[in-house]
Design a protein around this ligand. Structure first.
Ligand code: ATP
Ligand code: MG
Length: 584
């Protein structure tokens, strides 16, 4: 996506999409009209088994965004039906991430925070109803037989020998499963959508599992249960219990929709729900280049200490992006730009980086940082003296004020701002050659100086550059404009600069699609994804507060690290460079 296109897309946000078209139609038709209820109720249903990532952010921005724009509400529902993998730690971080992104599940003094585990009693009741009415049965086949008898794409399945066992027998077995009389895997409750469901071309209709035995401790219900409902069973019924109107999921659930509809319709016929009932809609998931997003792979990076944790600034997790310096607004902007559709595709990482730049450019205070320092000595400037220089905090916002920093005899400049033998078009520091004087440049917001020489060490490395300054050239003073120079160089005073640890983050992978097509993603890590330097910053940066973001002139956007910064001693993370230089 080009930048111009990005800008156009956000000019009249929120942009329309197929889901908004469906909702508009439903509003006009009164599809979900119910007394005392908003006509749009969405939900974000994470499983508390890991940290949220940028893909989840798409779903969060979409679901909460639709609720906001249509004066409805969005529920946060923990889909906690896999006790072995889930934990309170994940519940807490997920709530934090949703709030940080700028959304709330509270409305009109009500909290719409739900847990599928709160519905375990009701779900069990509905399961008994299904058994009693011939819509479900207990299957006692071995796991291998069950898999074998499922058939596959193009081959119909075979009915389980237990499919037609008497209702009373299934009911007793199911109750005994609940009572803990059986071991994990001994029996399973399956749906019977129709007599010939096992030959349905849609594999998910072939007697899907509803409940399995798991003698496991649940982070909320403890040891109350040893049978747990399956996701495909829990999800539609939870939607119905919460009066969800539009249940949005990713495309891989398209095949599950017939079961979703059948289950809700069957339970509604049984008097468990009143119409109108929820409807499921599918959208493409977010695939972002240069990252992996599967929870399993992210966990691998953490467990194998390839990154420092879930919040490593190179991780595509919400906590990682936050620590990296991304703003909630930039992530919302990104989600707005990528939109929603039914077409699978890849979004380039530069779209996310561009959203950050567009968000921060108008609001980030500017500061000067010298990342790879080289000493500059102003030989004709008196030792011990200091002249105050000022510059705007933001070039386009005079209301943000000015900052002041001293000009002294010794300064730091970037190593790349000096060239002993300049290439064509190089307008920074170059030494005198023969009777040719050295180059003249302006030290930004300070004086014009002329290069008079330089020093080298035994290895030929340049260790200092010498200049003379012109007293009447100070920026902002009368006559300063009489000096015409082509270079404008950033610098900080060596006497007062703040030495700070700066972490130059880059993309975690070198390959745009590190885990596509069965590639070994760990072989494609970017070895230069983190470089740590000691930089010299203008002295005011000592007051930077954790999570405060800046544009370091010419270097990009940086944030004071929320974990490692100490009062008066911030550590900075680079969020992104000023321009997209990848692949160029
Ligand atoms: P798992 O890898 O455990 O299956 P998941 O990514 O499906 O995880 P969930 O916690 O089940 O994670 O996801 C919560 C919600 O976020 C779901 O509604 C899911 O559709 C949505 N979601 C997850 N990944 C993406 C993605 N890449 N793009 C858009 N939505 C996503
Ligand atoms: Mg999932």
């Amino acid at each position: 996506m080009s930048n111009d296109k990005n800008k156009a897309a956000t000019a009249n946000a929120p942009s329309s999409n197929f889901l908004r078209a469906i909702i508009d139609h439903d509003l006009a038709a009164g599809t979900h009209d119910r007394p005392g209820m908003p006509p749009v109720i969405t939900r974000f249903p994470p499983e508390p088994n890991g940290y949220l990532h940028i893909g989840h952010a798409k779903s969060i921005c979409l679901n909460f965004g639709l609720a906001r724009d249509y004066a409805g509400r969005c529920h946060l529902r923990f889909d906690d039906t896999n006790p072995e993998k889930e934990d309170q730690e994940y519940v807490d971080t997920i709530m934090d991430s949703v709030k940080w992104l700028g959304f709330s599940w509270e409305q009109g003094g009500e909290e719409y925070l739900h847990y599928a585990s709160d519905y375990f009693d009701k779900l069990y009741e509905i399961a008994e109803y299904l058994i009693q009415h011939g819509f479900a049965y207990v299957d006692s086949q071995s796991a291998e037989d069950m898999a074998k008898n499922r058939g596959n794409f193009g081959t119909p399945g075979t009915n389980s020998p237990f499919r037609n066992r008497p209702v009373e027998e299934s009911l007793k077995l199911f109750r005994d499963m609940k009572a803990g009389k059986y071991k994990d895997g001994e029996h399973i409750l399956r749906a019977k959508m129709s007599e010939d469901a096992m030959s349905s071309p849609n594999m998910t209709n072939r007697d899907p599992a509803l409940y399995r035995i798991r003698h496991a401790h649940h982070h909320r219900t403890g040891d109350d249960w040893c049978i747990y409902p399956m996701y495909d069973y829990t999800h539609p019924l939870s939607d119905a219990m919460e009066s969800i109107t539009h249940s949005i999921c990713t495309l891989e659930f398209q095949d599950h929709r017939p079961f979703y509809d059948w289950l809700i319709a069957t339970a509604t016929a049984g008097g468990f729900f009143q119409p109108p009932v929820p409807r499921q809609y599918e959208m493409s998931r977010l695939n972002l280049t240069y990252v992996v997003m599967s929870k399993r792979k992210l966990r691998q990076l953490v467990d194998e200490k390839i990154v420092s944790g879930w919040d490593d600034p190179r991780m595509p997790t919400i906590v990682g992006l936050r620590r990296r310096g991304y703003t909630p607004e930039s992530i919302q902007l990104f989600c707005e730009r990528i939109g929603v559709s039914k077409a699978d595709g890849w979004i380039d990482m530069s779209t996310l980086e561009g959203s950050l730049r567009d968000d921060l450019d108008p609001k980030a205070p500017r500061a000067i940082a010298v990342l790879r320092p080289l000493k500059l000595i102003v030989d004709n400037f008196p030792e011990g003296e200091s002249h105050a220089c000022t510059s705007p905090v933001h070039p386009h916002h005079p209301d943000m004020g000015v900052r002041t920093f001293p000009f002294t005899r010794e300064l730091w400049i970037e190593q790349e701002d000096f060239m002993e033998t300049p290439t064509k078009g190089y307008f920074r520091f170059t030494p005198p050659v023969g009777d040719q004087p050295g180059s003249r440049v302006r030290l930004k917001y300070g004086y014009v100086v002329e290069c008079t020489g330089f020093e080298k060490d035994a290895d030929g490395k340049v260790t200092a550059v010498h200049v003379k300054y012109f007293e009447d050239s100070k920026s902002g003073t009368p006559g300063a404009d009489n000096y015409k120079v082509k270079g404008n160089i950033t610098w900080v005073s060596a006497a007062s600069a703040l030495a700070a640890e700066v972490r130059l983050y880059d993309r975690l992978f070198l390959d745009a699609h590190p885990d596509a097509g069965g590639k070994d993603f760990k072989a494609l890590l970017n070895p230069n994804a983190l470089e740590t330097v000691t930089a010299y910053l203008e002295p005011g940066m000592a007051n930077a507060q954790p999570e405060q973001r800046f544009q370091f002139e010419r270097h990009g956007y940086f944030v004071a690290d929320q974990v490692d910064s100490k009062p008066g001693k911030p550590v900075f993370n680079r969020v992104t460079t000023l321009k997209d230089s990848w692949g160029k």
